[in-house]
Design a protein around this ligand. Structure first.
Ligand code: ACO
Length: 403
């Protein structure tokens, strides 16, 4: 029951903008979104064009360096990423101290911050000299940390990265290889992973990217700033949404509900339930990423087949919702999380790893924004103001007299 009108009168020129919904915090040339028309571009390239013609390493290079790599640059970069993919032995041992049931995002965030202890080049005298090395290390080692955090959570030995594998093959191999299985990453899974990482690679000033920029604005090093991004992404309102999709589908199955019932419940305003994986704050038409992920979902489905009832429920839900007037009138389309949740499920990626994969994809975007801030002469340390709404001046009553 704040009297916002009178508070506004007293606060001079401070803008009250909860969630910074209408505040531009920077000028940026990395990502363009038009939510009405369903457009998403990285550095001027349409997302569909990038997905069709590039792999994740090329897109990471584009975001970080501003241009697409030539053939030579692409292979040198891939070689460099492989070179830096191992983790310091002491860091490997460090993993073993986490409880087996630790959430992989907890391990990821703290291990990324720990990189500044094991590879402190950015703390040295001239950080500008070392920034390229730090960026390469982070892009490469984050993938290893992500896979190790999963192996730790299931109590399995770590699998080292291989020099003969690509970025995505390496990740899948480090996740799923086992001495009793002759595991080779499936090419369709490799393609799907490449595409999903590209789709997640940037989305302008979202919560985690803003966190990276804000921490970076204090001149904290890149590892520390990206660790803050991981923490921001962890929340269910951000990176956790695709996990919520699978949880919802499992609940439908477990409780024996019909898909029609669950859709009616989502439309009923007497409760707060919403269909996870439908609607988007920015996109008021089909999310361009969801369109691509939907096609990819079909490709993976063709290889994996409907191996459980979850897929049947997902497809029935999609079909009913997109033809329902309630969803049509409100521009509520299946979003990227709907399809990525299903693709990861088909690829047998455990639910707890969904957000970790999102973080791997978003990493080049975080780095690009961190670097853009560093080189922007107009940037200042991030320091939003507030409108004070607490008590007036009070006097301290001595402890013995307080009731
Ligand atoms: N299921 C049922 N109804 C919905 C849903 C949904 N998933 N999403 C929105 N609505 C309804 C609202 O009840 C509201 O109805 P009303 O006008 O009759 O009151 C109307 O659609 C508009 O809703 P808003 O909350 O104003 O829409 P907003 O754009 O602010 O919300 C959001 C977007 C938060 C994503 C919302 O659609 C939602 O909660 N979706 C489910 C969660 C989800 O999938 N999140 C992932 C988003 S994608 C991403 O983060 C990468």
């Amino acid at each position: 029951s704040l009297d916002i009108a009178s508070l506004r009168k007293d606060t001079g020129y401070i803008t009250y903008d909860p969630g910074f919904i209408n505040t531009g915090s920077c000028m940026s040339s990395i990502c363009y979104i038009d939510g009405e028309k369903g457009i998403l571009r990285y550095r001027g390239y349409d997302i569909a064009d990038l997905v069709q013609n590039c792999d994740f390493i090329e897109v990471a290079y584009l975001l970080v360096k501003g241009v697409l790599p030539t053939l030579d640059e692409r292979s040198n970069y891939a070689r460099l990423l492989n070179k830096h993919s191992m983790l310091h032995t002491d860091m490997r041992n460090f993993f073993r101290s986490y409880p087996h049931d630790a959430h992989p995002m907890a391990i990821l965030a703290s291990m990324v911050a720990s990189l500044s202890a094991f590879y402190p080049e950015m703390e040295e005298k001239d950080p500008e000299d070392n920034i390229d090395l730090t960026v390469t290390r982070l892009l490469s080692k984050m993938r290893t940390i992500a896979a190790f955090s999963y192996r730790q959570s299931i109590g399995y030995d770590f699998v080292d990265p291989r020099y003969d594998y690509s970025y995505c093959e390496n990740f899948l191999n480090m996740m799923f290889s086992s001495p009793v299985l002759d595991y080779h990453p499936d090419p369709v899974h490799v393609k799907a992973l490449n595409q999903l990482l590209i789709l997640h690679a940037d989305h302008e000033q979202n919560c985690s990217t803003s966190a990276v920029r804000l921490v970076g604005s204090s001149e904290a090093n890149l590892y520390a700033s990206v660790a803050a991004g991981c923490c921001a992404l962890w929340g269910p309102k951000h990176g956790g949404a695709n996990q919520a999709v699978i949880e919802m589908l499992n609940k439908i199955i477990k409780e024996g509900l019909s898909v029609k019932e669950i859709v009616e419940k989502a439309k009923d305003k007497s409760n707060t339930f919403r269909l996870s994986g439908f609607g988007h704050r920015v996109y008021k038409t089909f999310d361009p990423r969801a369109r691509i992920a939907k096609q990819m979902c079909q490709e993976v489905l063709n290889v994996e087949g409907m191996h459980d009832s979850l897929m049947e429920v997902a497809l029935e839900l999609e079909d009913i919702a997109i033809h329902d007037d309630y969803f049509i009138e409100r521009n509520l389309y299946p979003n990227i999380d709907f399809y990525t949740g299903i693709i990861f499920h088909l690829m047998r990626i455990p639910q707890q790893m969904f957000t970790v994969l999102f973080a791997m994809g978003r990493l080049p975007g975080w780095i690009a924004h961190y670097l853009e801030w560093r080189h922007d002469p107009y940037q200042k340390i991030g320091r939003p103001r507030q409108i004070y709404a607490g008590p007036e001046t009070r006097k301290v009553i001595p402890l013995s007299l307080r009731t």
